[in-house]
Each structure stands twice: as structure tokens, then as C-alpha cells.
Design a protein around this ligand. Sequence first.
Ligand code: L34
Length: 293
Amino acid sequence: MTQILDGKATSLAIEAELTQAVDARMASGLKRPHLAAILVGDNPASRAYVGHKVKACARVGFESTLVEHPADITQEALLDAVRALNDDASVDGFIVQLPLPDHIDDQAVLEAVHPEKDVDGFHPVNAGKMALDLPCFLPATPKGIVSLLDRAGIDTQGKHAVILGRSSIVGTPMALLLRRNGAPGNCTVTVCHSRTQDLAEHTRRADILVAAIGRAHFVTADMVKEGAVVIDVGINRIADATKKSGSRLTGDVDFDHVAPKCSWITPVPGGVGPMTIASLMENTLQACAQKDA
Ligand code: L34
């Protein structure tokens, strides 16, 4: 029997916990958490995701600030915007929504974010701490996936996890978290990428398969083992004439054919996306609470 890993419902449960934590902070006279986001240009998907983050802040009782800049902002002006948020004591944590325009050096921007405000966990200091299992901000998407497995009671101990994709924001941190000595964790991890030979040989051995490649319906039923847990990180917009907008979101997994083989599978939408947002909210509370002492 296939069970749906419901990221939407799980994110609401996390939001309820965050709301309680904020209420408790306020009752104790502590600061209200404050997340800021820098949005550059007018990529509709980025605008939608940042909009979801701002709305989530309102639901859990965080303050939020959206800082918008045109696509032709200079590198120096964007670095100034980052430094302004570093220096703003009211802001506990902030993110620079990716992707950035081609003329911007992403890495220089991410490295300008103060590590204590880096609630995306993209600064090398946080990435390095994560690799060493030290306390840090974990990147929101892999953190959300681990929470989803944990809250569904899925046992990862000793399982073979196969990750499709080696990006620094999903595939690589996902591999690190699943191989940790802990629960969830203790997986044997294989990371596959564009140069992997005999890809399906690897994916068919996966007890837990994480697809993060950004290609619609890439993972087909023949690539999946009977009883596998499948996590679909893809958010691809494809044409759909039956929709008013003319398009719909779909994952990296051919859900209709893969789902019947799975013990658990995440839907798109309603799977990893809402968990990413909930994890960012958790990181923002963590950033705020770290300053209490
Ligand atoms: N800096 N850039 C930075 N941090 C991030 O954590 C992100 N990411 C990715 C893109 N760029 C980033 C996001 O926020 C992807 N991402 C993200 C966040 C939320 C959702 C999707 C991607 C989401 O809410 N997805 C919904 C549907 C969204 C819709 O309908 O528009 C879902 O149910 O999957």
C-alpha cells in the first residue's frame, strides 16, 4: 500500500509548534523573530516562493521584511544590501533568494551574509559545520526532507539512500544529513549525477530515493525498487492545456507510474516545497533564540 508523505500537513504541524514558541517568547518579554528576504529581479517562480515565505512568517507570528531590487542591480549595490541586513539588529536572519542574475557572483553574495544570520545555511562556515556535524543552520530543503521522514516515523537506519543530483543546496547536504550517525540518518549513501554510468542500476538499489535534478518525470517506474521511499524535490512547470494558467507544477518523478511501487512518496506540489518553507521558519526561530542569552 502506497502512503503519501504529506509535506503540506506536516508543515502545518511545524507551524503550529512555531506559533506556540513565538507566543511563549512574547509572554516572556523576548524578541519577536524577524526574517528578511532579498529578491532580485522579477522571476515569477522566485517571487512566488518568497511570497510563500512572507506569508508563513505572518502565520507563525514572525516579523518579515521583503527587500526588492531590480535585475540590473550592480554586484556592489547588492553586497551593500546584504551588509545593511547584517548590521540591522532587528533582523534575526535573512536569505538572498536564488537564482541571481548572470552578472552577479552568487558565491560572493552568499559569503557576505553573516553566518549567524545565514538561515539558508549557504555560507561556507555553516556548510563546513554541517559536514562536521557541528551545530549550525541546515539548508532548508534537506532539513525539511529529514523532518518529513522523521515525523512520518520512517526508519532510515542502515538503509541505502540514493540521491540524484549533487547541488550545493540540495544533493550534497542531503547526502551529508542521511549519512549522519543519528536518527534520522545512518544511511549508506550513493550520490548520482550527470556523469553517473548505469544510473538505473543505482536507483533500483535505493531503499530511499531522493530526486533533485530538475527534469520533469525523469524518474520512471523501472528505476524504482518495490517498497522504496521516494522523495521528489523537483518543481518543474510544464504545459497543461486543461489548466486555466496553461501550465502546472510537476516533480522529477513520474508520479502516476512510480507511486504504486512505493511504500511512501512525496507529491508535487504539497511535498518538499512546504517543508522547505517550514524549515526556514525553524531556522529563523533558532537565529532569534541564539541571541537571547
Ligand atoms: N536562497 N533560494 C534560496 N533559498 C531557498 O530555500 C530557495 N528555494 C529554492 C529556490 N531558491 C532558493 C526555495 O525556497 C526552491 N524553493 C522553494 C520554496 C517553496 C516552494 C518551492 C520551492 C513551494 O512552496 N512549493 C509549493 C508550490 C509552490 C507554488 O505553487 O508556487 C509546493 O507545494 O511544492
